[in-house]
Design a protein around this ligand. Structure first.
Ligand SMILES: Cc1cc2nc3c(=O)[nH]c(=O)nc-3n(C[C@H](O)[C@H](O)[C@H](O)COP(=O)(O)O)c2cc1C
Length: 218
């Protein structure tokens, strides 16, 4: 169920408006933990062909994305959404640019993926970063990544599937104008979105937390 831009039921309006240490979030922490740990990347071949995410739901995912934190509130994200016939425009654009620029590294299999993945998806969200030189680039990349995670978690909460691809034409500067990005801006990749096929699974694991944490307590 999605909320069409309205406040989610069960969560008091003050929670998102004026959250403070005194307010008790009326969200279930156990469910949040479950959602975070259940999120997985799924490729377009695992999507139900032809099943389209309603626009209102897509807008909700994007609204959630832009509530990510940003240093100096630069809000550096810029998303270009490809759906319907727009998916074919993306597919053609990236296939042609890849063919023109790959040189000796050209691989037919990569070209086929660039052609097919958009058409297997409901929508593709090009993940752009519009630079603001007031903050270091690394901070803006971090902010956009937070936004993508918001989007991915929201998608999973609605039973959708997706993954962030930095393949294709992501790092080709020639691609920027197609996505409304200037020469100093960055294309950070594509979020492929769809409904998972019944029974589709993804099984990435994680190394133990102890390998990733150093505690300094005294
Ligand atoms: C910045 C970024 C770029 C990624 N690019 C690709 C990609 O090009 N191809 C791909 O298969 N997965 C890509 N992924 C998804 C990772 O492969 C995936 O997150 C990882 O395998 C862990 O799996 P999980 O997301 O299911 O936990 C990318 C993820 C991130 C954060």
């Amino acid at each position: 169920m999605y909320f069409g831009g309205k406040h989610p039921p069960g969560i008091p309006a003050y929670f998102s408006m004026t959250h403070s240490a005194e307010t008790t979030p009326a969200v279930d922490a156990g469910q949040i933990t479950q959602l975070i740990r259940a999120r997985r990347s799924m490729q377009p071949v695992q999507f139900e062909p032809g099943r389209v995410v309603p626009e209102a739901l897509l807008r909700e995912l994007l609204e959630n994305a832009i509530w990510a934190p940003t240093h100096k509130r630069t809000e550096p994200w810029h998303f270009t959404i490809f759906g319907g016939e727009g998916r074919r425009r993306l597919a053609d654009f990236q296939a042609e640019l890849y063919r023109a620029t790959a040189g000796e590294k050209f691989q037919e299999a990569k070209l086929e993926k660039m052609r097919n993945n958009p058409l297997l998806s409901s929508h593709i969200i090009a993940i752009g970063l519009r630079r603001n030189p007031e903050v270091p680039e690394v901070e803006e990349v971090a902010a956009v990544a937070c936004a993508v995670q918001n989007l991915h978690l929201s998608a999973v909460a609605h039973g959708l599937a997706g993954f962030w691809s930095s393949g294709g034409v992501t790092y080709l500067p020639e691609a920027n104008p197609f996505f409304g990005l200037g020469p100093d801006d960055r294309l950070l990749g594509f979020f492929y979105l769809g409904y998972p096929k019944p029974g589709a699974t993804a099984r990435s694991t994680r190394k133990p937390l102890a390998e990733k944490v150093t505690w300094v307590l005294e």
